[in-house]
Write a protein that binds this ligand. Structure first.
Ligand code: ZN
Length: 297
């Protein structure tokens, strides 16, 4: 059960669902469901963020829609057979937060100690790039690195949540490549300036393609992460190696600021970061979640 936002060949936004490697138009599936149930007042669903805000982005509700419709009709005519364009899974998050140094081997490779509490910083939402989009490296910016990360999408308003309840706040999981202008970041840190700009160039946040409901994944702390550049493995680790697991990150952040439905937390990158350049193809794969592919220019 993998959901995604896409545009039809006519550039109409839709929600898609991947079931057993076949992709269906979930927006249409939802319309069939509404007709069967007589839910004529319910809104049409064109974006995953609407599902999250209506509290129907969960395994049970999605399964109920599929099973109900299947009792009355075939899904064959809502198979997506046209050329589609993927969109980011969340187009308008209120914020994107990233965790720094959350894998000890990665902290080491940049000459840092493992932190005693989470380090978090922001990445601007305007930096997002969908699956199959092109990462655009600005001129004269020096070294730019890839960073594969498990990303958490928040499902509920979250403030001062205890660690033990934090998992209830998660709508689902996706993949982020936290592209970083490393030379610029290093210079800014040396000058004791914030490193926001090196993380926030347009296209520096490839994300998606799929958003997987949290219940489908269950435990997020045992997922294999693999990043390849031109087919060659550069980063390979497991979310079991996080210093601060997802629940602790959510609890910690929520003591500082309110997290809202659709907010994105990129949970940190493992070791193996390396430069990317024009002409590269970057493939970020997280077990059970999918593969995010982007070219570089
Ligand atoms: Zn990162």
């Amino acid at each position: 059960m993998k959901l995604f936002n896409y545009y039809t060949a006519k550039r109409e936004p839709r929600i898609g669902i991947n079931l057993d490697e076949k992709i269906y138009n979930f927006s249409q599936l939802w319309e069939f469901y509404k007709d069967i149930k007589g839910f004529h007042q319910s809104p049409q669903l064109y974006f995953l963020q609407m599902m999250i805000e209506l509290d129907v982005f969960n395994q049970a509700d999605i399964q109920e829609v599929i099973s109900t419709v299947k009792e009355f009709r075939t899904l064959d005519d809502i198979l997506i057979d046209e050329k589609i364009t993927y969109d980011v899974p969340i187009a308008r998050p209120q914020k994107i937060l990233c965790i720094g140094r959350n894998y000890s081997e990665h902290a080491k490779e940049l000459g840092n100690e493992a932190p005693s509490e989470p380090i978090f910083f922001a990445k601007m939402p305007s930096s997002m790039l969908p699956h199959e989009g092109t990462i655009m490296i600005p001129h004269n910016v020096g070294r730019v690195d890839h960073e594969i990360e498990l990303a958490v999408i928040i499902g509920k308003t979250t403030k001062h949540v205890p660690v033990i309840q934090a998992h209830e706040m998660i709508a689902g999981y996706t993949i982020v490549n936290d592209v970083t202008a490393r030379a610029m970041q290093k210079g800014d840190i040396e000058r004791k300036q914030p490193w926001l700009r090196s993380k926030s160039f347009d296209t520096f946040c490839p994300i998606g393609p799929y958003l997987i409901p949290a219940e489908v994944i269950g435990n997020p702390q045992n997922l294999q992460l693999t990043l390849r550049v031109n087919g060659e493995i550069r980063q390979q680790s497991n979310t079991a190696n996080m210093i601060f697991p997802v629940d602790e990150l959510i609890a910690y952040i929520s003591r500082h600021m309110t997290l809202l439905p659709g907010d994105i937390i990129a949970t940190g990158t493992p070791e193996g970061i390396s430069p990317i350049q024009s002409g590269d193809q970057v493939t970020a794969e997280v077990e059970s979640i999918g593969t995010l592919i982007n070219s570089v220019h």
